[in-house]
Design a protein. Structure first.
Length: 481
């Protein structure tokens, strides 16, 4: 509420002013522009908030009110770029328009682009699998989805950002004059100047233009004689062109459509060095990890936590043995959907018929406690479901086992179940095997459903380990064809 905001603001302002926190700057509300009206009414709130930030203002066509812009309080797009795009030229084009548009439309002088590097499995949100590739495509400036090979890919959005960041520095300011606006044949431009006025950079985008166009800039009363020119388009990234000279106080340049230009007095820019990039490789299989090589609490390679928190730990039954542990014992307050504790691993496109085996240990004896192994997870909307879509083999501390089929938009379905003799205070070996439409479950080497379970709704996908909201230990993980 406005009252609680004002009360909090007064306390924050006093702490900033008198508590030794005067160098701490607050970006708020990191959502919408709704706080601006409260800031105009409340001097303490206005002073407490250093920067007003909003999420995705350009793509949602939502900008700060004019009366607030007039105060001069810094405005940021504190999370931005269209979430519906990936790091190809299409996504880069959207980004180029947004960076200029943030200032031209809303006088925003800062942008926090989400996110920097696509380095998650392609079945997760903001990415998707691409045939004949390992990592697929993701919503990032560059790709690095294969830690097992070291392969990475520099994508065009990173050069779109470089057209601004390599030609300016913190402290530069936008020229709020006629050197900011839209081009006649579609496109936009902005100009930034160094604090002492000695350096100038103009960033121009013609992404939506259909034809080439002439652009003219008036340099009356300027001592600048020429500008360096850099260009990016779909086929050429961050290329330096010939300098453009200023003749009779006018800079004239021909702008091609679908391009991004920077004209600058600065030097020292460069594209990424042409170094050899390790070739792409599929996830190694067979693959195993006994977790002995990690220090306690270290991140375990190739596993990606989607629910709970997983790390290396010491075996509670053998201090000389390393294990993989799920450590969160209470469901956290969710930002969105709260997935059950699960950590995924593998190849989402090529793994079809394979076996997952792991030793598991339950240190508690609550009837609802369980350990699980998953397979054939080919897509996972972690914002929409708490259970991974695929197959999961669960063993509970009270001796029940289940084979569940998960879905992206609803809870899991039990497709097989039974009881076993299960001691939760010792290690047990779980095994899940896929062969065509047959799914086989094994506990300590014994097949639990003779002949297996028949289901073929999911044909391929990666593997995972899981548990409930309690401690669970895993060791000697294996996956093989």
């Amino acid at each position: 509420s406005t009252q609680s905001r004002s009360s909090a603001a007064s306390d924050v302002y006093k702490r900033q002013e008198y508590g030794g926190f005067e160098n701490i700057q607050i970006v708020a509300p990191d959502g919408s522009w709704g706080i601006t009206s409260d800031m105009l009414r409340d001097p303490n709130l206005f002073k407490a908030v250093s920067i007003v930030g909003a999420h995705y203002p350009y793509t949602s066509n939502s900008f700060a009110p004019a009366d607030f812009i007039a105060t001069g309080k810094p405005l940021w797009a504190s999370e931005c770029w269209n979430l519906g795009v990936v790091g190809d030229w299409g996504g880069a084009s959207v980004l180029a328009q947004m960076i200029n548009g943030n200032y031209n439309s809303g006088k925003m002088t800062g942008a926090v682009i989400w996110n920097l590097i696509y380095s998650w499995y392609s079945i997760l949100p903001f990415s998707f699998p691409v045939p004949n590739t390992v990592g697929g495509a993701g919503h990032s400036l560059m790709y690095a989805t294969e830690p097992w090979s070291g392969h990475y890919s520099i994508q065009p959005p990173i050069y779109v950002v470089a057209h601004t960041t390599q030609f300016t520095k913190p402290g530069w300011f936008y020229l709020n004059t006629n050197i900011a606006g839209n081009l006649q044949e579609r496109g936009s431009y902005v100009a930034l100047v160094s604090p002492d006025g000695s350096q100038l950079s103009i960033i121009i985008e013609t992404i939506a233009a259909k034809i080439s166009q002439d652009a003219y800039f008036d340099f009356k009363n300027s001592t600048i004689n020429s500008l360096h020119v850099w260009k990016t388009n779909e086929t050429t990234w961050f290329l330096q062109l010939n300098d453009v000279r200023i003749v009779n106080n006018v800079l004239s340049i021909v702008l091609e459509p679908g391009s991004l230009y920077t004209l600058s007095t600065t030097t020292g820019q460069a594209a990424a060095p042409n170094l050899p990039i390790p070739p792409t490789k599929p996830f190694p299989i067979p693959y195993s990890d006994n977790f002995d090589s990690y220090k306690p609490e270290a991140t375990v390679k190739y596993f990606a936590d989607q629910g709970g928190s997983w790390n290396a730990a010491v075996d509670p039954t053998n201090a000389n043995n390393g294990i993989f542990k799920q450590v969160v014992t209470e469901p956290p307050i969710p930002w969105s959907t709260n997935p059950q504790p699960i950590s995924i691993i593998g190849n989402s496109q090529d793994w079809k018929d394979y076996t997952i085996k792991v030793r598991a240990f339950l240190p508690t004896v609550q009837p609802s406690d369980y350990v699980a192994i998953f397979g054939r997870i080919s897509t996972y909307n972690t914002f929409g479901t708490s259970w991974a879509p695929g197959y999961a083999f669960l063993v509970y501390s009270h001796g029940e086992f289940q084979l569940l089929k998960g879905f992206n938009n609803k809870g899991p379905q039990v497709i097989s179940s039974g009881t076993v003799v299960y001691n939760p205070n010792v290690w047990h070996t779980l095994q899940l095997t896929f062969s065509g439409s047959t799914i086989s479950l094994f506990l300590d080497g014994k097949e639990l459903v003779p002949g297996g379970v028949t289901d073929y709704d999911y044909t391929h996908g990666l593997a995972a380990l899981g548990s409930g909201w309690h401690s669970a230990y895993f060791d000697d993980f294996e996956v093989s064809l």
